[in-house]
Design a protein around this ligand. Sequence first.
Ligand code: ZN
Length: 283
Amino acid sequence: MGHSTFIMADRPKSIALEPRLIEKPWGRTQIPRMFGPTEGQRIGELWFEQPDGHSSPLLVKYIFTSERLSIQVHPDDRQARERGLPAGKSECWYVLDADEGATLGLGLTADLSADEIHSVALDGSIERLMHWRPVAAGDFIYVPAGTIHAIVAGIELLEFQQNSDVTYRLYDYGRPRELHLEEGVAVSLSSYDASSHFRPAGGPVNTVLANTPHFSLVRANSNDAIPVSLSARPRWAMPLHGSVSGDGRSVDAGGCLLVEAGEPLTVSESSVVLIGAEGPLDS
Ligand code: ZN
């Protein structure tokens, strides 16, 4: 796979991406201070986009919830292109905080046909049929395209995803937002492979979290812990604690540094950083 060279030559070799705060009906008026003031708005998402409208294949978001989000699904690349869209959406989540008892919905508890998924979404019984999995800070979850999924209230997570905004809502708990049943059912999979896609908190700090066709994500507390294969690609670096720097720019926890291919980045002492890049680790 070729990797995009989407940082322009006249730009710095690393960029502290500016967060864009997005209001959502399920967002929060209080978010951790490091993300800045909400000014009374219900902030649901923070998007770390590139400046000047440059697009990139991946996107980092933080998500804060005070209510549950819809039960939804995203198409894969092929399905998206058949519908005239540039790319599908696989995503992954790193849970930063979760209320006691919080769960995430991943897949269904029964293997349903497309017709059955359509009818349980329409009558709302899909809520009971979701596989609600308890989550805690430090859990990592890969959500490949086609996974029926839902985020509940009381969750704070970092999402690393294909930069595609195509979401099909299957069920919205009776709220008035539009549903996309035909499109959603057509791309939905009942099953979810938790044994390989859900990685509970704990284990070594330095670890490969995601090694997927679209993106890789590692957690590292030193430069030595970052797989060498990532250094030839643009990298998104998100400190969980401490800071990370590159080309004279530095970001702290809650920020996102985009580092150009081949440009070194430095994990500061006593820091833990998530580092993501396009494509699988060995590509
Ligand atoms: Zn999603």
